[in-house]
Design a protein around this ligand. Sequence first.
Ligand SMILES: Cc1cc2nc3c(=O)[nH]c(=O)nc-3n(C[C@H](O)[C@H](O)[C@H](O)COP(=O)(O)OP(=O)(O)OC[C@H]3O[C@@H](n4cnc5c(N)ncnc54)[C@H](O)[C@@H]3O)c2cc1C
Length: 230
Amino acid sequence: MATPRVRQLNFRREDGAPFNYTPGQFITLHMPWQDMELRRSYSVATIPGSEDEVQIAVTYVEDGRATKLLYGMSAGARVEATGPFGRFVLRDDPPGRYLLVATGTGVSPYRAMLPQLRARLDGKQHEAVLLLGVRGPDELLFGEDFLSFARENPALCFIASYSRRMPGTPMAHARQGYVQDHLMELQPDPKRDIVYLCGNPDMIDTAVERLKAAGFDNHNLRREKYVSSN
Ligand SMILES: Cc1cc2nc3c(=O)[nH]c(=O)nc-3n(C[C@H](O)[C@H](O)[C@H](O)COP(=O)(O)OP(=O)(O)OC[C@H]3O[C@@H](n4cnc5c(N)ncnc54)[C@H](O)[C@@H]3O)c2cc1C
């Protein structure tokens, strides 16, 4: 368990070949369920450099079918997968500020993007704010990766939005409330900012509505909604 409600699973390709992906992409797992095939997608959380592993983080969904299968897996189990897929990736963007917003496991793509982000921040033309919304400090998925990255790279600001429980001791990165509200407190500017949104569909809908009202459109607004396909 990576957090009390998230299980991390690390896979290897059976043929031993490296797993080639662009940070931000996802894979689709194909699993037998009764008389049908269940297809469920999961963002790749692997940080480039350890491509022999396909790491995913799976939220526990009550009565979820894939959840039941993936939480029941033990070491050595096999699963069929296709991919990687998706266009939720960093592009050749002009200088500016990235606002990377996630709820829960929606932060996995940003973990995979860390080396690319480092290169862009080092170039001094970009800065970034990463906002992760979870219920409480024990659910801060990959929190140490982001906190240590932010310590080493001052051009990245990491904000944890806690909707239910705050840390016992005050912490500079911790805010009480919802990530979509903290995003708007950063005064997103369509002339300068590029916003990535990943995870809970309701969070994304709310954020998109507000950002469009502020002048954003599809060229500076990128999203990945976590929904089940069948
Ligand atoms: C591109 C993409 C990437 C994704 N990446 C990830 C990822 O990295 N990690 C991850 O955990 N999930 C991810 N998802 C969601 C994932 O594919 C499944 O939808 C999720 O695991 C639930 O599947 P399930 O079969 O267990 O639940 P289902 O049997 O499909 O759903 C059971 C019930 O729970 C509700 N439900 C479904 N999902 C959620 C949820 N997340 N929270 C609360 N209620 C829910 C459903 O509406 C339904 O009522 C991604 C989805 C997409 C499209």
